[in-house]
Each structure stands twice: as C-alpha cells, then as structure tokens.
Design a protein around this ligand. Structure first.
Ligand code: BGC
Length: 403
C-alpha cells in the first residue's frame, strides 16, 4: 500500500498561508535553512511538544550518526538535534568515526543511559542486531534513519529518501543529457562507481541507475570498457574518497590510456564522485568534459559543479528528513502506531510517501517514510539550494551549507 500526500491537499488555514508562501514559484525566498526547518515544523512540533510534555516530562532522544568524515552526517546530526530540542526533548548525539565496534559501543551507552527513543544511521546495516535487541528489551523504540538496519526486529520504522529513485534520477540525467534515445550508431563510454556494501542504500542507488541505463547498455549505445557492471566490482568501501580515486585511476590506466574517450562517470554519491573527479584530473588523457554524477550536495562537489568538474548531484533535503523523523519520533514516544496518516496529520511542506513494500530488512518489511530527491545542476543550484535557504552563496561564488 502506498499513500502520497502533497502539500496542496494537506494544508488548511494559517499553515497553508505560510507554507504556500514557502513553496511559491517565485524562488525569491531569503529564509535560512534553520528558519525553513522551523517554518516546516512549527505547527506539528508545537502541537506535539505540548502533548509530549504533558505525557512524558523530560524525555531523551539518542541520535547515533555514522561519522563526521562524510559531510552529510554532520548536517543530519545538527538538524535532528535542533528539531528534537526545539520540540522539548533532550538529546544525546554520537558519531562513531565509521567504526562498527565504536557504533555498537555508542549504542550500548545510549541504551544504558535509558534514552526514550533511538534514531540510528548505521555504519554497517548487518552489525547492530545484538545491541538493538538490548534496546528492544528495554522498550526503547528505534527509528532506522536513512540507512535500513537489517536482521533485527527491534526497529519499527524507517525514514529515508526514495533510494532507488536517486539512482534512477542519475541514470535518466545521463539519458537526457546525451540524448541517448536519438544516438543512432553513436556510442558512449561509461564507468560506474557505487557505495559501501555494508550500507543497504548502496545497492538501491546502483540498481536504480543501472536498471535505468541497462536498455542502452544492452543496445550497445552505452559501453563499459572496464567491463565492471556488477555492484560488487564497482563498490567503494565506506564511501571513501581516496578509495574511489585509486580504483578509478586503475580503471583509467587499464582502459583509457590508449586514448579511449570516457563520456560518463556514474558515481552513486558525492564522496565517491570527488575521488573519481580527482582521478580524472590526474590520470585522464582526454580533453572532453566527462559527465560526472553524484548525490548529497557536499560543499566541494557543489564547487566542482560550478567549476564544471562535476555535472550534477542528487540533493536530498536532510532538514526535511529530520522533520519527518521528529514527527514520527513524537508519535512513537506517545505510544502511537503511526501509518500513512502521519503524513497528512503533520502537514509537511515536502513530498513523502508511506511505503509498506520496498524495504524488507530480513525479518520483515519495515514501514517506511520516503522523501523525494531532487536533481541539482549548475543551472538550478541557486533555485534549489540557495533560495530554499539550505545554502548561502558565498562571496567566493560558491554555495556553502548553512548547517
Ligand atoms: C546516504 C547518502 C550518502 C552515503 C555516504 C548513504 O547511506 O544515503 O546520502 O552519500 O550514505 O555518506
């Protein structure tokens, strides 16, 4: 069952007035990301705060993020903390340096501290079964945040973006930009770079892109000179930039040093795109612009987009992901069993789908709230990222994240 709730049908009264302004097509809003997040949550957060305060007193939310070394999780951690604090909760936030043992220890600590709710973005989706059993035994509800945690019945909900769609958007961007439907006999060379095999999202991103491009690969319009067409071959442990760079230097050395032209580097996210772009700069002999994809809107990647070194990124508004997590979290803390109605009841000013089919974590399908990602290129950075208040345009001509 899928339920989709859009702003236009969800909002009434005063809220519709303020949010309609926020969603106006003029693109001239000057609100900051913080004020936008506040605007987006003001009604639900205030309503929920008063209910939650009456029902629960001072509750604590444990927020476990994977690492500070991958840019986006710093933003997620800050937004989540800000949202829950503003709604009247205490927070404990951990970052585990991308080390699985460390995250297990951090979660053990949060359980020992008797937090009332856990929001967890896993480093390794397969490694948390035992520690989360401890959370379940202590009756602590767990939200799997952004990355699905596998092989545990301790998590009740999943909040993320439509991960398959992220890959589809990257693939479709390639099709449209190269006009592959009208390519005739012309062929283009493409190489894939995917994410961390321990991250459940990584296969969704890769499959979304690969499935979208497969008809053109089958037809011969797209050619993969390295022959690396399986997720396992193109994966990047821990989404690490240097690892992606080294692998791509090898690919360029083995397949392109004879002057073969590389047309597309399909990278699942920005940290890997950064490494691939570095490899292209250092080791690619060709002079053409390589179409490089990404995901997240990391600061350096946006600068590369402005400079023409990366072509696009798929932006996911993590401020909104935090808002959805807040409202779901409040419902759980109030002992409710949220479903698709959470979306209409919360009146979010962003698209969200309630999905009870796509994410099976090995113990059953996990009900999921999935937000919608957006393609960002040089042409719409201002409109999508700066006018919306998530980034400011610096005097240096590059966008910088507000949080
Ligand atoms: C997130 C991506 C991110 C990647 C590396 C994934 O789980 O969904 O947004 O690029 O992790 O941090």
């Amino acid at each position: 069952m899928k339920a989709k709730q859009l702003l236009s049908i969800a909002l009434v009264g005063a809220m519709s007035a303020s949010l309609a302004a926020c969603g106006s097509a003029s693109g001239s809003s000057t609100s900051t990301a913080a004020s936008k997040a506040e605007e987006a949550t003001s009604a639900p957060a205030e309503a929920a705060t008063s209910t939650a305060a009456a029902a629960t007193g001072d509750q604590t939310v444990g927020i476990a993020m994977p690492t500070k070394s991958l840019e986006r999780w710093n933003r997620d951690g800050s937004y989540l903390e800000e949202q829950f604090k503003k709604a009247g909760y205490k927070t404990e936030v951990t970052y585990s340096d991308n080390k699985i043992d460390q995250q297990v220890k951090d979660l053990e600590g949060l359980v020992a501290d008797k937090v009332d709710l856990l929001v967890v973005a896993a480093i390794d989706g397969e490694a948390l079964s035992e520690v989360l059993q401890g959370a379940k035994d202590a009756n602590i509800p767990v939200i799997s945040y952004d990355r699905l945690i596998r092989n545990t019945d301790a998590i009740s909900y999943y909040v993320s973006f439509d991960n398959y769609k992220v890959g589809q958007l990257q693939g479709q961007y390639v099709i449209d930009t190269l006009d592959l439907d009208n390519a005739g006999d012309k062929t283009y060379n493409i190489e894939f770079t995917a994410g961390d095999p321990a991250d459940n999202n990584a296969t969704f991103f890769f499959n979304g892109a690969f499935d979208t491009l497969k008809p053109y690969i089958d037809k011969g319009t797209l050619v993969i000179p390295s022959g690396q067409n399986q997720f396992e071959q193109v994966a990047t442990k821990q989404w690490d930039t240097a690892t992606a760079m080294t692998r791509f230097q090898n690919i360029l050395g083995s397949n392109y040093s004879d002057g073969t032209q590389l047309d597309v580097a399909l990278c699942s996210n920005d940290s890997t795109a950064l490494g691939v772009t570095q490899a292209i700069e250092s080791d690619y002999a060709g002079t053409n612009d390589v179409l490089v994809t990404g995901q997240d809107g990391d600061e350096q990647n946006l600068a590369n987009i402005i400079d023409g070194k990366q072509t696009m990124t798929v932006y996911k508004a993590v401020a909104n992901e935090a808002v959805a997590t807040l409202d779901l979290g409040i419902a759980l803390l109030n002992g409710e069993t949220p479903d698709d109605k959470l979306i209409s009841d919360s009146g979010w000013d962003f698209d969200c789908t309630y999905d009870t089919e796509s994410y099976d974590n090995g113990m059953g399908v996990i009900p999921s709230y999935l937000l919608t990602p957006t393609v960002v290129t040089k042409d719409n950075i201002q409109k999508e990222l700066v006018d919306t208040g998530y980034y400011t345009m610096g005097d240096d001509g590059y966008p910088h994240p507000v949080q």
